[in-house]
Design a protein around this ligand. Structure first.
Ligand SMILES: *[C@@H]1O[C@H](CO)[C@@H](O)[C@H](O)[C@H]1NC(C)=O
Ligand SMILES: *[C@@H]1O[C@H](CO)[C@@H](O)[C@H](O)[C@H]1NC(C)=O
Length: 190
């Protein structure tokens, strides 16, 4: 278990030197979406922009969330690979502390540490701003961020506002990359 954790840290560190998501010091404590309602958050979200994330190499990236009867969220992430195939990954998420409903704990692989999924801001029907951060040995942290939309396009004004939100918490929005959401329609998405 400890060995797995070290291997994971090395993997993350290697990825993040490349993606430049590595920072000294502890994770910031962002302000979260008030009165977050996970039920209203279910369904499909399209990735508009992101801070470099390691499991994503394709385009047309989207996430489908569904609420299971035990309150756990099933995650189904898909992307379109350059060879035209759809690559999918399944995970689960759950609210750990009912007092903080906008903080979910996400798990993709058994035996790997969970990642946080913090909903900073959403109106449920058009946009969502998501942040994730992990502390390592109290020495450094690795963070990720996503601007998500209910459709494959999000208006520039909203994107600008969400970027400002990230800037306010110290995230360098120059590190955001735009996800290509064009030419996705001809594929049969799950
Ligand atoms: C959350 O949203 C669902 C679906 O709109 C609604 O039925 C439920 O009452 C909401 N929960 C709270 C606590 O507002
Ligand atoms: C996005 O994908 C489309 C369709 O595959 C392609 O024509 C376009 O050049 C891509 N855009 C960028 C910015 O890479």
């Amino acid at each position: 278990m400890a060995l797995l954790k070290v291997a994971f840290v090395l993997f993350v560190a290697a990825e993040c030197v490349h993606g430049q998501s590595f920072h000294l010091g502890k994770c910031p404590t962002p302000s979260l979406q008030e009165n977050f309602n996970v039920t209203k958050y279910m369904g499909t979200w399209y990735e508009i922009e992101k801070l470099p994330a390691m499991f994503e190499r394709g385009k047309c990236i989207q996430a489908k969330y569904s609420l299971l009867s035990d309150g756990t969220v099933r995650i189904h992430n898909s992307e379109l690979l350059p060879n035209g195939k759809i690559n999918s990954i399944e995970g689960t998420a759950k609210v750990e502390d009912p007092a903080k409903p906008a903080v979910l704990s996400v798990s993709f692989f058994k035996g790997f540490p969970d990642a946080s999924y913090m909903v900073l801001s959403t109106d449920y029907s058009s946009y969502s701003l998501v942040y994730s951060c992990s502390d390592y040995f109290d020495l450094f942290h690795v963070d990720f961020a996503w601007i998500l939309s209910r459709t494959r396009e999000l208006d520039g004004a909203t994107v600008g506002q969400l970027r400002e939100g990230l800037t306010a918490m110290g995230v360098d929005v120059g590190r955001l990359s735009v996800t290509n959401q064009t030419g996705c329609g001809e594929v049969a998405w799950a």
